[in-house]
Design a protein around this ligand. Structure first.
Ligand code: DP6
Length: 352
């Protein structure tokens, strides 16, 4: 019996304007728009192969060699359901196509970075899955259209379907049809921006983003201020900073947004702590670096974990990496060691 195969790779993206909060948990519709930068290093990517065959008895997912319980994952089923519906429409229009929409699908995915340690593993994972199955089904849909589907796997995954600087527009429709990712600018627009990643801990985070953000939505009053008064304006400002190559503004907004995201976590009940002492040390090092430079040459940002991502421009690389090596504990190890639970490790990455 025939087996149809397709593969895809998807990069991680690190938000500079954070998505935190859902207005619809089923469709993964956010309470605010967000912006991210896609990182192109091969060290931080998800690789997925999808196969379909009339011989398969069920859908299955193997993640890093371990079978995952697919029937329990509503997110995965939602993505597969939508992708199958698009394939079925193609098959209806052209009866010579093999009926892949009626076959079960086996998905094999691997990534080479700490899963669920706040390094956007679910973003890359679901983006690679949606891209691989879309390739398998030979779907003509654009990355924007596919981003609506990836969003249902993991919100941040919608931003990993395109490179460069990406916005996720929250949309206003109840069916989520206008909640999708758009490319603000390709990498070539601003090729000198780079990211350094300090893996402070590769341990799985205590509180998942999914549950943490809903605790915030339910309990934080600061959060209401954030989504109503801060993010809408910040989205436009950050977009313009990117379009105008204004690094100081981009960096200042990025740090402010990371800080406000962690503030609304602290304002949740029970409070959520993602940063640790080493994270705060990295913040102080960046603040000191900017003070010494007399201008903002580096921006830190932290997702739902203690690991630090620092954005800077190529021309400042010596200064940024030099200071981090001396200011952050275990700095002598961070450029050369593999990520582990206790060591600080750095990836110095290109953007996609
Ligand atoms: C802090 O996309 O992992 O990284 O939609 O529930 O899967 P789910 O959440 P997820 O949340 C990411 C939160 C964040 C900020 C961001 O990437 O914008």
């Amino acid at each position: 019996m025939p087996v149809f195969v397709a593969s895809a790779k998807a990069p991680v993206n690190i938000a500079t304007l954070k998505y935190w909060g859902k207005r619809d948990t089923k469709l993964n519709l956010p309470t605010n728009s967000s912006i991210s930068v896609t990182l192109s290093t091969d060290d931080l990517a998800a690789y997925t192969t999808a196969t379909a065959s009339p011989a398969y008895k069920d859908d299955s997912l193997v993640l890093n060699g371990i079978p995952e319980p697919i029937e329990q994952s509503a997110r995965l089923s939602a993505c597969l359901r939508e992708l199958r519906a698009l394939r079925a429409a193609l098959e209806q229009a052209d009866s010579s196509l093999p009926p892949l929409s009626s076959y079960h699908v086996h998905v094999f995915s691997k990534n080479n970075f700490p899963t669920a340690a706040g390094l956007a593993s679910s973003a890359a994972g679901f983006a690679a899955l949606v891209r691989a199955v879309a390739n398998l089904f030979e779907l003509p849909q654009s990355p924007e259209e596919l981003s609506r589907i990836a969003r249902q796997g993991s919100g941040s995954a919608c931003r990993s379907l395109m490179g460069g600087f990406v916005g996720w527009e929250m949309g206003s429709k109840d069916d989520g049809s206008d909640s999708l990712a758009v490319q603000i600018a390709p990498k070539s627009h601003w090729p000198t921006i780079k990211a350094a990643i300090l893996v402070i801990s590769a341990q799985k985070k205590d509180i998942s983003s999914t549950s943490g953000m809903q605790t915030t939505v339910k309990t934080s009053s600061l959060f209401q201020h954030r989504i109503q008064n801060v993010v809408p304006r910040r989205y436009e400002e950050m977009k313009n900073a990117i379009l105008n190559h204004d690094f100081e503004l981009f960096a200042t907004l990025t740090m402010a947004d990371s800080n406000q995201f962690h503030a609304v976590c602290l304002d949740s009940m029970p409070p959520i702590f993602y940063m640790n002492d080493a994270s705060r040390q990295a913040i102080r090092a960046v603040e000191e670096l900017n003070r010494a430079a007399g201008k903002t040459i580096a921006a830190y940002t932290f997702d739902a974990g203690p690991n630090c991502v620092i954005y800077y421009q190529q021309e400042d690389e010596q200064a940024v990496l030099g200071l981090l090596r001396t200011a952050v504990p275990d700095a002598d190890k961070w450029t050369s060691t593999n990520a582990s639970a206790s060591l600080l490790h750095g990836y110095n990455t290109e953007l996609l």
